[in-house]
Design a protein. Sequence first.
Length: 400
Amino acid sequence: MIRNTKTLSGARVSASVAFGLQGFMLAVLLTQLPQFKEDLGFSDTLVAVTVVGVSVVAGVGSVVAEQLAKATSSRTTLRVGLFVIAAGAVVIALATSTPAFLAAFAFYGIGLGIVDASANMQAVSIQHAYGRVILSSFHASWSVGAIVGAGFVAVFSTLELSVMASVLVAAVLVAAICAWIGPRLLHTGHQRSATAAAVPVAIPLRPFLALGIAMMLFYAIDFGVGTYSPLYLKEVLLSDAGTAALAMAAYQVTALISRLTGDLWVRKFGEIAVVRVGAIISVIGLLMVVVAQAPAFAIAGFFVVGLGAPVIAPLSFSAAGRLAPPDQTDVVVARINLFNYAGTVIAGAVIGGIAAVSDLRVGFVAPLLFAVALFLLAPAFAPRRVPSGTTASESAPTGA
């Protein structure tokens, strides 16, 4: 692990930019889905399937990231992942049929999973090198990137430039910036020689599963708010489209605030207290959403949720990084990242399923209960650090 302050600072900035690039490219593509739908003539159902399908395929990308990081390093893996999402975006932009579009999105999804896992590998290793909690700041960079991506699309739309042009330019930007930051990413020291013996991964199973479930529940809440909040305002509270869009905007603004300040609160009060307070805030916000009789009150509820829930993801990765020796951190991060995608699939199935037989007011009771469960899982966020040299026989492994 490197200790040079200047080099370490450069690695932190570069990894933060990588998080931002991922959020930027994802926002560019997702905000263009309605236009892709119109251009290629596919249905609303296919739009939903595309979004959930990307999460499933990204799980494959996370597995690929684990294997690639073990064979090379998280630094190399992150660079590969960023180039894959840039290449995937190019293919998406050039797709002229629905099958080609879906295949291109699947390819992008694999890159998304690689970047998700490897960016957090870098963040956890950099945090270890700093010796203090800084992980939330990386996730704040993702939020900034997403906001910039949405603004980027708005500018291209205002200039009446094509979807193809906006996505191609975004892809070129991602590839170019990746080439610039790549050499400055952290040398993790996890590279293996060709003759090195494989060491079984020692991960205590119970705390690993507790953190994984917590991450899954957060991403179920996050996906539920992102996907269903505009529909809730339009279909249940009968707002117009412009007002409905404010729900997601309110959540994203406070999510950024939560992540920008999360490290400060953790250093001051500790992980368990921050998770519990974040869960309570989320419960209050979601309760406001469920009982809302007017759009403004529901928007306020989503605003409150953003103040509490989004800090859960970086704290999950941070805690997971302490569950294995430093030379096995990348593997743990890649595996905990899989729960991210499970959460999005569960949210789509549970909230969407409830809404299909009732309405979204009842559907949002599910994320409310997820937030209650997060409060109960708070003790999992302060696991004992596993020291270097620990073997699989000294803990219950999840498997090599």
